[in-house]
Design a protein around this ligand. Structure first.
Ligand code: CO8
Length: 268
């Protein structure tokens, strides 16, 4: 255990650097010798981090260590000699950790600072929002290694960019540049690399100023409704909309508006 700079107790990790400031946690994946490739030790640390995330954190930003790479994929040296059962187990570990990230109660921003290949692209896609530096490259090169995107990439890429482009990326294994990722909607914005983290913080600060329970419910609605039919989705949203009125923050937000003052949300 260690204390970070906002007095939060955090677990001591070998491959994760954690910095928390004003409710915004920046998680940096750090295995620079392999361009932050994800081995099972890193995946377990990521899962543990998400399981124990401090309740005061309002937004999580995930990035990669160094100038060159967000995450260059799953660790090929660890996968090279796996048999079918072991491959399935390794894939399940990554998929479960990414699903935990996707279903966290707070917004997660991927600040993609370079290569986001294979499992790296899949990690970014498990986040709510992706922004990237102008040197970023995205791709699913797995079929060139004799495997498929196994950390839920076949599922999420098609959802994000449409089936046609997802199939082209996955069948060809081609990497695309930041401007192309922006064009197809894989990222929300591209920044010069020295401005990326400031842009991520600015976006996170805007989210932090909002009512946290409302942000959480909005995330739950958007995630759940995507896989529901229209009637079920609208009914789910209606239920969650009603729940907002059971919060003190709804009273505070509307009272502040009516009295022309800044709302002070308490996550209640
Ligand atoms: N795994 C392990 N090591 C890696 C990886 C990786 N994914 N990527 C880079 N490295 C290592 C390199 O081996 C090299 O190590 P060393 O210095 O010991 O030789 C070091 O990082 C630096 O890499 P390069 O010298 O290659 O750097 P370059 O700038 O020349 O190239 C690239 C950078 C283009 C990123 C290149 O390293 C590359 O192509 N890497 C592999 C990218 C890739 O194929 N990623 C997909 C991996 S498969 C995957 O993610 C599957 C996810 C689903 C798993 C399902 C489980 C069953």
């Amino acid at each position: 255990m260690q204390i970070d700079n906002s007095n939060c107790i955090v677990m001591d990790y070998n491959f994760l650097k954690i910095n928390t400031e004003g409710g915004i946690c920046t998680l940096t994946i750090s295995a620079p010798k392999s361009l932050n490739a994800l081995n099972s030790a890193i995946l377990k640390e990521l899962g543990d981090f998400v399981d124990h995330i401090n309740k005061d954190i309002r937004v999580l930003i995930i990035t990669g260590d160094g100038e060159k790479s967000f995450v260059a994929g799953a660790d090929i040296s660890e996968m090279a000699n796996l048999n079918a059962a072991e491959g399935e187990t390794f894939g399940r570990l990554g998929a479960q950790v990414f699903r935990k990230i996707e279903t966290l109660d707070i917004p997660v921003i991927a600040a993609v600072n370079g290569f986001a290949l294979g499992g790296g692209c899949e990690l970014a896609m498990a986040c709510d929002i992706r922004i990237c530096s102008d040197n970023a490259k995205f791709g699913q090169p797995e079929v060139g290694l004799g495997i498929i995107p196994g950390f839920s990439g076949t599922y999420r890429l098609a959802k994000l960019v449409g089936m046609g482009y997802a199939k082209e990326m996955i069948y060809t294994g081609k990497a695309i540049r930041a401007d192309e990722a922006l064009r197809i909607g894989l990222v929300n914005a591209v920044y010069p690399k020295e401005e990326l983290m400031t842009a991520a913080m600015t976006m996170a600060q805007k989210m932090c100023a909002m009512a946290p329970i409302a942000v959480k419910y909005a995330k739950q609605c958007i995630n759940a409704e995507y896989d529901l039919d229209a009637d079920a989705a609208i009914a789910f949203e209606n239920k969650m909309f009603g729940q907002c009125f059971a919060t003190k923050d709804q009273k505070e937000g509307m009272n502040a508006f009516l009295n022309k003052r800044q709302a002070e949300f308490r996550n209640e």
